[in-house]
Design a protein around this ligand. Structure first.
Ligand SMILES: Nc1ncnc2c1ncn2[C@@H]1O[C@H](COP(=O)(O)OP(=O)(O)O)[C@@H](O)[C@H]1O
Ligand SMILES: [Mg+2]
Length: 372
């Protein structure tokens, strides 16, 4: 079996040679090198595990496609490398249009975020006056579908910041190659803005625990260096991470100044679920005796994303009948019960327990630190 690191270096070399040749207008040579780079990435994909395998496979295909396009089209635009495409995507970053009021429940979380992230942006003078620490990164963690991405966008919206989103797994898949430089260009691009938020989803795949896999260790070290180069230096640049697997993240990543503040995003409570169901059923024809509280009490472990799906699927039968009969067919509690029977919550009790244990561990850590 060939080593990923070795193949990674080979890949780098082909990409570099390809780019140099392209810049000089030697398209034949550029083509050959990009093709070899693509083939090398395919080899890397074949010995990669899990999700990375697919991501790398896709990347290999894209590079091969790119090599085929080189020199054949008049328009220069189409000849851009995938790195250019990333940068372009980042340049198009916008201020999201999701408000805190759209996020159901999570009142404590919202309060913590206001103090830690929103107010320093809005009232920098006051924070200075009280000598409050600002900047650095915040890690949102919790079960999937609880609104982490939504909250990240809402923060950007509330402070009027441009929102740069990247996935840990995407960064990792590109780490062999030019992604270090690429990540740097992301930070630079965000740094240019008046206000910006860099949101890194799937932080666990980017910052795995060190000491088990040298590729991971190398990447974690390099990425942390990059973070240190930016985090805390520009108070108008916020770093936000999210993960469903906080226990897999290297502890150095959550050292002060990096992702030092962790915020738990739990499953929605009854009030939050009611808010979400009401929103989903707004202006939808429902039966006279339609009872949202009954649904609320039956959806204990359902995440926000689950609630969305439940409501959507509950509408299917009445909608079908409405089309068949060309009459208004009301949604009833029975429609919800039918879906609940076949659609269990996506978070299991044992997964939830893992979060509880993790939270207990963090709390005891905090207590220990205080005693020192
Ligand atoms: N607290 C919430 N309030 C309102 N909607 C939510 C909430 N949590 C989840 N949702 C719904 O579920 C979808 C997925 O949520 P998302 O933010 O992507 O979850 P996560 O990032 O935690 O996996 C959202 O687009 C939204 O429709
Ligand atoms: Mg998400």
């Amino acid at each position: 079996m060939e080593d990923i690191e070795l193949l990674g270096n080979t890949f780098d070399l082909y990409m570099k040679k390809g780019k140099e040749a392209k810049e000089k207008g030697n398209y034949a040579l550029a083509k050959r090198n990009f093709l070899l780079a693509g083939e090398t990435m395919m080899k890397i994909a074949k010995i990669s595990q899990g999700k990375l395998k697919n991501v790398r496979m896709d990347r290999a295909k894209r590079i091969v496609e790119l090599s085929e396009r080189i020199g054949t089209q008049k328009e220069k635009k189409k000849e851009e490398t995938e790195e250019d495409e990333d940068v372009k995507k980042w340049q198009q970053a916008e201020i999201p249009n999701i408000h805190f009021s759209d996020v159901a429940g999570l009142e404590e979380v919202k309060k913590a975020i206001k103090i830690r992230m929103i107010n320093p942006f809005l009232y920098p003078d006051k924070y200075k006056l009280y000598n409050k620490k600002t900047g650095g990164g915040v890690l949102l963690y919790g079960p999937p579908g609880t609104g982490k991405t939504m909250i990240a966008k809402a923060i950007a919206c509330e402070v009027g910041a441009k929102f740069y989103a990247v996935k840990g797994s995407d960064i990792v898949s590109k780490w062999v190659g030019e992604s270090e430089r690429n990540i740097n260009s992301l930070f630079e691009e965000a740094n240019k803005q008046d206000k910006a938020i860099i949101f890194i989803d799937e932080m666990d795949s980017l910052l795995g625990k060190r000491g088990q896999d040298i590729h991971n260790d190398k990447r974690v070290n390099e990425f942390l260096q990059q973070i240190d180069g930016f985090a805390g230096k520009n108070p108008n640049l916020l770093l936000l991470g999210a993960t469903n697997r906080p226990w897999d993240i290297d502890t150095a990543a959550t050292r002060s100044g990096r992702f030092s503040q962790k915020i738990y995003i739990p499953l929605p409570d009854e009030k939050a679920r009611k808010f979400m169901i009401e929103k989903n059923m707004k202006n939808v024809p429902v039966s006279k005796d339609f009872d949202i509280d009954k649904i609320v009490s039956k959806t204990e472990l359902y995440s926000g994303a689950d609630i969305d799906e439940l409501c959507d699927r509950a509408k299917d039968e009445p909608l079908l009948k409405a089309i068949e009969t060309d009459k208004i067919v009301e949604v009833t509690n029975k429609d919800f019960d039918n879906i609940l029977k076949i659609f269990p919550p996506s978070v299991t009790e044992s997964e939830l327990k893992k979060f509880e244990e993790y939270n207990n561990d963090i709390e005891s850590l905090l207590v220990k630190n205080k005693k020192k």
